[in-house]
Design a protein around this ligand. Structure first.
Ligand SMILES: [Zn+2]
Length: 170
């Protein structure tokens, strides 16, 4: 049913949105077709109000959906919930696109700046513009600044970007 998303990814998303209780709820939803809030609460031991709150959180991210039907005996409406695997994939794609944008912005920044550093691991790297202002002295420890070779960082970013682009297009 959820062939293209790994369990690990699903649980990661569940934890990100709903914490430990979120994971418990998604674990149950993964293994059933449709389930009521009451049954979810009984199976997980999580309070009904909390189950409802978490379901709405997942619902807001389009990870779950609910459907309503009328109980034949009581005539009352019953809501049942289920996972939406296609939308979970859309969620993952959205996350990857966000990461890709961040990496691209970072790469752009690395390519457009020259960096300087004093060599002390606790001091920050500074841009050429900032180094000019302190006459090439470290703004933290005042030691002389030397140019930094950021080609390894650039290579790493380019590789990560290529990987994610391939995942998104593949
Ligand atoms: Zn320093």
């Amino acid at each position: 049913m959820y062939s293209s998303i790994s369990d690990e990814t699903l649980m990661h998303i569940a934890r990100t949105i709903g914490g430990d209780d979120g994971v418990e709820i998604i674990k149950v939803l993964r293994d059933v077709e449709d389930i009521t809030v009451e049954d979810l609460s009984a199976k997980t031991g999580i309070q009904i109000n909390m189950v409802r709150k978490l379901l709405y959180k997942f619902y807001n991210h389009s990870l779950v959906t609910s459907r309503r039907f009328r109980d034949k005996e009581t005539g009352w409406f019953i809501f049942q919930w289920r996972l939406q695997p296609e939308l979970i994939e859309a969620f993952i794609t959205g996350m990857k696109q966000k990461i890709l944008k961040k990496l691209q912005a970072r790469l752009e920044y690395e390519l457009q700046h020259e960096f300087y550093h004093c060599g002390s691991p606790t001091c920050p790297r500074v841009t050429f513009e900032d180094a000019m202002e302190t006459v090439f002295r470290c703004p933290v420890c005042n030691e002389p600044l030397r140019p930094v070779d950021n080609s390894a960082a650039i290579r790493f970013l380019k590789q990560k970007i290529a990987e994610i682009e391939e995942e998104l297009n593949g």
